[in-house]
Design a protein around this ligand. Structure first.
Ligand code: ADP
Ligand code: VHF
Length: 372
């Protein structure tokens, strides 16, 4: 590969369980070495590569010889704890064939939403890349409870792409890309080769995972693509078994489904709001407030709030929804849930007399808000 032919500088490659196992119940090492070869070739040509790998749970099952365990969180954590060490051992051995070292980063959502931990993870990633070491990321499943986990590696890889300021995210899976229906159940489904807009009609096409191996199916891949492209990162979903797929994607050959990046990416604080914290509640907006937020780029005022859901503190990240339940924005609140219960529907001038204090007119300031 010739560097002058490659338009990308830093690429995140996400490999789903479906690719790593080739649909079987065990890691397909022969295929993993082929993927390591492709990534090593890319690094040799001067492109930095970050690998986001799934497969810990599958590797744990294989290593323990397929134990029959109840489907509990604790057992998934057990499998991931056993499997992650097997998985990283395999990657370490496979990349060493190409003279490359690997470094492991196990992350949870909690690491990404705490600004200091976020910056620490970013420093580690940059240090590994600066030393030509392949960063290998997975969710820290062994400790990640529902409250603190990202939940799927499609979303995790998008957050990793933001974290390391990548310019391309490649999601490799067991299908050729995003189809207009799940190809497992619709043999006539057609591949969508280019996506310029991710809207509700596209989301309707993307189903979950039915293989029993992966987590999230195409719907989490679309969520990941949406986050990444808003940060100015191109995304490709393609088959991990397509010959030389990584080389073809970075050479801009038509393979899989390509999502172009949004031209004016969100500033970094808004990227973090979109990708970092889990939402802790929601505010229901009347039609006027929806219009002010979406069409006019205004802050949300108390007058336009008709409902407050959840228990949250000042500074929490919330969903802003319309009266039909559609999420229209995500943003950080300047008032806690209890205070909002008292001032919802009231004019901004009344905030101080009702609460005895005032953090300003904006409940969610437009600088703290991402319109979806
Ligand atoms: N519209 C669609 N296009 C392609 N695949 C789809 C679609 N809807 C659902 N899927 C399913 O998504 C699966 C891939 O996701 P998943 O099983 O989570 O894999 P991975 O382990 O690669 O993340 C495919 O096997 C397919 O059955
Ligand atoms: N962190 C988990 C994988 C979670 C996940 O999203 O899996 P997949 O849909 O196969 O990418 C594991 O290592 O088993």
């Amino acid at each position: 590969m010739n560097l002058s032919d490659i338009a990308y500088r830093r690429v995140v490659v996400k490999l789903g369980t479906s690719v790593l196992t080739s649909g079987s119940k065990q890691l397909d090492k022969a295929h993993m070495v082929e993927l390591a070869r492709q990534m090593a070739a890319l690094m040799k040509s001067g492109v930095e590569v970050v690998l986001c790998t799934s497969g810990a749970i599958a590797a744990g099952r294989e290593h323990l010889q397929y134990p029959i365990l109840p489907d509990t969180m604790a057992n998934k954590q057990l499998l991931a704890a056993v499997g992650q060490s097997q998985l990283i051992l395999a990657w370490s051995q496979l990349f060493s064939i190409y003279g490359l070292h690997v470094g492991q980063l196990l992350l949870t959502r909690a690491d990404l939403q705490d600004r200091e931990r976020y910056l620490n993870a970013r420093d580690t990633l940059n240090a590994l890349l600066a030393n030509n070491i392949v960063p290998i990321i997975n969710e820290n499943d062994a400790v990640a409870t529902n409250e603190i986990k990202v939940g799927d590696n499609d979303n995790l890889s998008a957050r990793a792409a933001l974290l390391c300021d990548a310019d391309l995210l490649i999601l490799l899976t067991d299908q050729k890309g995003l189809f207009d229906a799940d190809p497992r159940t619709n043999p006539d489904a057609k591949l969508i080769s280019q996506v310029v807009k991710i809207d509700d009609s596209l989301r309707m096409l993307a189903g979950g995972s039915v293989s029993g191996l992966g987590t999230g199916g195409m719907s989490t891949k679309l969520e990941a693509a949406d986050i990444a492209r808003r940060a100015g990162i191109e995304v490709v979903i393609a088959s991990g078994h397509h010959p030389d797929v990584i080389k073809k994607v970075v050479s801009k050959e038509s393979v899989g489904t390509h999502f172009s990046a949004i031209e004016n990416p969100l500033e970094s604080r808004k990227q973090w709001i979109l990708a970092g914290p889990a939402t802790q509640g929601s505010l229901v907006l009347d039609a006027g407030a929806v219009k002010a937020v979406t069409d006019k780029g205004r802050s949300l005022l108390s007058k336009g709030i008709v409902g407050v859901k959840g228990q949250f503190e000042r500074g929490a990240t919330l969903q802003l929804v319309d009266q039909q339940g559609k999420v229209i924005a995500k943003g950080m609140t300047r008032y806690c849930a209890q205070a909002l219960g008292l001032i919802a529907g009231k004019h901004s001038d009344e905030i101080e007399s009702v609460l005895g204090y005032d953090y300003g007119d904006a409940i969610v300031h437009r600088n703290d808000m991402v319109v979806l």
